[in-house]
Design a protein around this ligand. Structure first.
Ligand code: GLP
Length: 281
């Protein structure tokens, strides 16, 4: 399974834990891979950063893994906590030829070159980023991937404006909008406290799963959800990659409340033309 953090999947995690604990499925046969993890949470070392109450690792233990009577075989999150943000910033500043930023909006992907002269950046590239992609590949890929939707339609921390192509596991500089939402949702008190970077699966890797289930509710999601299916796929709305995925035969399921679905429900004809099936329950 590919898993996501945020408010959107927490109800499902409770439900799944209950189903596993009452024997509806065997949780001890599952491996899981999360979408993303912050870099730059407070802490002097990786252990402390991982145990910070806003780390996605902590979130997953609290909201899902900890509730399971029979634990998964293995759970993995991108290795963002291993990166020391101060060191990262310093290495980026002193080795400007080692990397380039890509993306047309506020959030960027920092692409580290294969011949990076900084040992630290080379390590991030091969062990943190490619290492996570390797781990997923070794397991045979992801069967079912759960995703939420970020402010401008991002998936994980594949921020709006980052190209689809080459977006497997990325080092990301967060979009202001993502930081603003994290503060608005009460995760951090201020911009200074909020991490500025993350490690994240990109759309290309997310949508390699056999089935992708997108969960969204509430007003903030109306626009990205509607735009992701009504218009043409665009890197401005990373979840619109789902259209390319579905066209190639991927199994894409949106589970929405009435509010998040409102933009789609008022454009049923366009959806029908695109072959989208709607089920109202
Ligand atoms: C963050 C996470 C995303 C998540 C999004 C929305 O940006 N990196 O994976 O989908 O928040 O979270 P929520 O479900 O709380 O709205």
């Amino acid at each position: 399974m590919g898993l996501a953090t945020g408010n959107s999947p927490t109800g499902m995690y409770k439900y799944l834990a209950k189903a596993a604990n009452t024997g509806e499925f065997d949780s001890s046969k599952i491996r899981s891979y999360n979408l993303d993890e912050y870099i730059g949470l407070p802490g002097e070392n990786a252990q402390q950063r991982l145990m910070h109450h806003e780390s996605y690792c902590y979130f997953m233990i609290q909201k899902f893994f900890g509730l399971l009577k029979h634990k998964f075989i293995e759970t993995s999150l991108p290795y963002g906590a291993l990166i020391d943000q101060k060191r990262l910033v310093k290495e980026l500043e002193t080795h400007t030829g080692d990397w380039k930023k890509i993306g047309v909006n506020a959030g960027k992907s920092i692409v580290i070159k294969s011949n990076a002269s900084s040992e630290y950046l080379a390590w991030i590239r091969s062990e943190v980023l490619m290492g996570y992609a390797r781990k997923i590949r070794k397991a045979g890929g992801i069967d079912i991937q759960i995703i939420g939707v970020g402010g401008r339609g991002h998936v994980g921390f594949h921020e709006s404006g980052i190209p689809f192509s080459g977006s497997r596991v990325m080092l990301v500089e967060l979009d202001d909008n993502t930081v603003t939402n994290a503060i608005a949702d009460g995760h951090f008190q201020s911009k200074q406290e909020c991490p500025q970077y993350a490690v994240s699966m990109g759309a290309e890797l997310v949508y390699e799963a056999m089935t992708v289930v997108l969960l969204a509710n509430g007003e903030r999601k109306v626009e990205p959800v509607a735009e992701s299916l009504l218009g043409d796929p665009t890197h401005d709305i990373p979840i619109s990659y789902g259209q390319i995925y579905a066209k190639k035969g991927g199994d894409l399921i949106y589970v929405l409340d009435k509010v998040a679905a409102s933009g789609l429900l008022s454009n049923k004809a366009v959806l029908k033309k695109k072959g989208v099936k709607i089920e109202v329950v």
